[in-house]
Design a protein. Structure first.
Length: 66
């Protein structure tokens, strides 16, 4: 059986990485939207932090400009 073309493997790996990066951007956008809505609804940074597996302070630092 012939060896796979390394160039083709790189192209495939790059395509998979691009797809994963796009999914990560969409997930981050959805999370930011959800945090914005939570803050507008009066949800505390402590609750947002707990829901996103981070401290209150870390949540506030990440999304304070919303």
């Amino acid at each position: 059986m012939p060896e796979p073309d390394p160039g083709a493997r790189l192209v495939e790996a790059a395509a998979v990485a691009g797809t994963a990066a796009a999914a990560a951007r969409r997930a981050n956008d959805a999370l930011t939207d959800a945090v914005r809505e939570a803050r507008q609804a009066g949800i505390s940074w402590a609750k947002i932090g707990a829901a996103t597996s981070m401290s209150r302070q870390a949540a506030h630092e990440r999304w304070r400009v919303l």
